[in-house]
Design a protein around this ligand. Structure first.
Ligand code: ADP
Ligand code: ZN
Length: 678
């Protein structure tokens, strides 16, 4: 079967994601390959599909048992013979794998690198005719990286012994790691290398200045009730208190941090993987090993430590490609805390400077004046266009020339010899009469009281932005007193100007994140019904919901409303096997979905319009495929029909306004008949 046919038939996808096709072709052709793709880019398909296109067994080395088991289950659900040899296997599972290997029917064999330590495994792999090696999370071979797994070093030996092509995959792109992968896995011979861009266009980016952070997180979660999300917290204690607050607010939430018993952590990991709509409040310990494609949102209750961490953490959302949202909260305390962490760390000076740089990049993103994605991707070396999917594209920042304000602030710091924090400096600028000012005679400074045009809150925002843009840094040797950086000198000297944001100066209240529905209001009841059906099957399988269908597939079903198996097969994510297993029951949900809009019908009945509604519905069903029954299926949701049923002085123009040209062309005349005849 060709790659395109496998893609549609087995995986149920109509098209490759960006970058996938080139990689798939190279791997099928038997080239050694190294593919660097962002998390969620669709790496697994790039070895799973070639494994099916090629003869023999592909052995997949993967570091985490839970991920292996999920992938195997998903493959089996798609009708592929796949198995894993892991310590978590039941005896039957292991036997089934062996049978498949002996019969030559097994196509993908997953195993952890530790297995390679036994000579028996290597010999076995030779005997069963392995024709390709795929290595997931290939950066685990890097001794300097954080995920080093010594047994990954055996993979090079395995490749030499089997003498088959090797395809390595990772999301870690830095040059050092890449070089090490080439050295250790490919004996230094450069493989075909694919570096796919870092953009994750389905993830909405947003930052907010902390202003009642608990309420901000609760609001964000409330607008996304029932969707799976992660709240990253700066401390273990906060994971527990926020988890409780979310539970009290009626969410299903739990917490996770490195201080918990291993068993308790596993329970949370498992629940998160399997349950629909669970929220986990966690420290960054939660992440490695989370392979849930339908995480709909990630919030940071505290600022992450660097731009790389930020990217990795938000990247856990929306791996299935359906819309996902993020919100990162930050404030001056976060900036001070993160700076202090770097300064007080044990890293050598050059490393500390680099860490400050990575933090600066994140702060620059937090205080960005224009499109966040442009800012983020530029950092990763790309040359993007404004994205239309971040808070600053949604609503441009209100910018003002902050040069004078910044010079006043710098001057206040310099005239007090850089021994004070923002609180005292603001008191000076605003001409406050505090004891500290009187004691030190700071009321006689030329900067005393020069900043009265801004209030205290506004000055705090100016100082925060100055810290965020690295014009001032807290000095750990002076208990966090603010000191000017070299970067601020041109502004002080009047050689450069600086723009600041005004909207983060104004109270950030009342601008809660915009509520985003996954589908329109009309399709929402159907989507819930489809999800319920999915949960039913997932529970039968004892696996996570997305193994049945992922969110993106259900959304497409809810929007396109397939009427028969042919139309169902055209939905992205519905392959041959899934069509057979689930096609009919999901079709039933869709055609029976009228049940789910009963509340609308009931409301109309109370207003005496119920019968008209029923007649409209019947007319719609009759004309669903046009007069001749051969047209493209068309229908409208309950809400639109309800509006039509209650239309005053109905005419064609009114109908067109409610249902658009296309629908009016098909249903207009029939509907008008019904409406004028009541
Ligand atoms: P990662 O690169 O992080 O390993 P995965 O391989 O887990 O990502 O893929 C992420 C998600 O994208 C999965 O839900 C997968 O089904 C989906 N996916 C992969 N390729 C495609 C495609 N060509 N079209 C649509 N969805 C895809
Ligand atoms: Zn943008």
């Amino acid at each position: 079967m060709s790659a395109a046919v496998l893609l549609k038939d087995i995986f149920g996808f109509d098209a490759f994601r960006p970058g996938q096709q080139e990689i798939v072709e190279a791997v099928i052709a038997g080239e050694n390959t190294l593919a660097i793709m962002p998390t969620g880019g669709g790496k697994s398909l790039c070895f799973q599909l070639p494994a099916l296109a090629r003869e023999g067994v592909t052995v997949v080395i993967s570091p985490l048992i839970a991920l292996m088991r999920d992938q195997v289950r998903a493959l089996q659900a798609a009708g592929v013979e796949a198995g894993a040899l892991t310590s978590g296997n039941t005896e039957e599972e292991t036997e089934a794998v062996w049978r498949g290997l002996e019969a030559g029917t097994l196509r993908l064999l997953y195993m952890a690198p530790e297995r390679l330590a036994s000579g028996g495994t290597m010999q076995m792999l030779r005997r069963v005719g392995v024709t390709m090696i795929a290595v997931d999370e290939a950066h685990c071979v890097s001794q300097w990286g954080h995920d080093f797994r010594p047994d990954y070093l055996r993979i090079g030996e395995l490749r030499r012994m089997l003498d088959v092509p090797l395809a390595a995959f990772t999301a870690t792109a830095d040059a050092e790691t890449r070089a090490e992968i080439v050295q250790k896995l490919f004996d230094g011979v450069e493989p075909s290398t694919f570096l796919r861009g870092f953009d994750r266009p389905n993830i909405h980016l947003a930052f907010e200045v902390k202003d009642g952070p608990r309420a901000q997180i609760l609001n964000f979660a409330a607008a996304r009730k029932g969707q799976s999300g992660i709240v990253y917290c700066g401390t273990r204690a906060k994971t527990e208190t926020l988890g409780k607050a979310l539970n009290d607010a009626g969410h299903s939430a739990c917490y996770y941090h490195g201080g918990m018993e291993a068993e308790d952590r596993r329970i949370v990991e498992r629940r998160f993987q399997q349950e629909d709509g669970l929220i986990v409040c966690a420290t960054v310990a939660f992440g490695m090993g989370i392979d849930k494609p339908d995480i709909r949102w990630v919030a940071h209750a505290d600022l992450p430590k660097s731009i790389e961490s930020y990217y990795q953490e938000i990247g856990r959302a929306g791996r299935d490609g359906a819309p996902a949202e993020t919100l990162t909260l930050f404030g001056p305390d976060d900036i001070r805390y993160r700076r202090q962490q770097v300064d007080e760390g044990l890293a050598p000076p050059e490393r500390r400077a680099a860490d400050h740089g990575r933090l600066n990049a994140l702060l620059g993103l937090a205080e960005a004046l224009h499109c966040r994605r442009v800012n983020l991707l530029t950092y990763f070396g790309e040359d993007p266009q404004p994205c239309g999917n971040c808070d600053l594209c949604d609503k441009p920042a209100d910018i003002f020339d902050g040069t004078t304000a910044v010079r006043m602030a710098l001057s206040a710091a310099l005239r007090t010899e850089e021994w004070f924090g923002s609180g005292h400096l603001i008191d000076i600028l605003m001409g406050a009469k505090t004891e500290k000012i009187a004691q030190r005679g700071h009321d006689s400074l030329p900067t005393y009281g020069v900043g009265k045009e801004y209030d205290k809150r506004q000055w705090q925002a100016i100082f925060r932005q100055m810290m965020g843009r690295d014009l001032m840094r807290p000095d750990p040797e002076r208990h966090g007193a603010l000191r000017m950086t070299e970067g601020a000198r041109p502004i002080l000297r009047g050689e450069a100007t600086i723009d600041l944001r005004r909207d983060s100066i104004k109270a950030a209240k009342g601008t809660g994140p915009k509520i985003r529905q996954m589908v329109s209001e009309e399709d929402a009841p159907l989507l819930s019904a489809l999800k319920a059906k999915r949960r039913f099957f997932a529970e039968q399988l004892g696996g996570p919901a997305y193994i049945v269908f992922n969110d993106k597939t259900l959304i497409e079903m809810a929007e396109k409303r397939p009427m028969n198996l042919d139309e169902m097969a055209r939905i992205g994510g519905v392959g041959a096997k899934k069509l057979e297993s689930y096609g009919a029951p999901f079709l039933e949900v869709i055609s029976g979905a009228v049940e789910d809009v009963h509340p609308v019908r009931r409301k109309l009945a109370m207003r005496g319009n119920g019968e008209v509604y029923d007649r409209l519905l019947a007319a719609q069903a009759e004309l669903a495929r046009g007069e001749d029954g051969a047209g493209k299926p068309m229908s409208m949701g309950a809400a639109t029909l309800a509006k039509i049923a209650t239309l005053h002085n109905p005419d064609m123009a009114g109908l067109t306004r409610l249902m658009g040209d296309k629908h009016t062309e098909r249903f207009g005349a029939a509907f008008l008949n019904i409406l004028t005849d009541r």
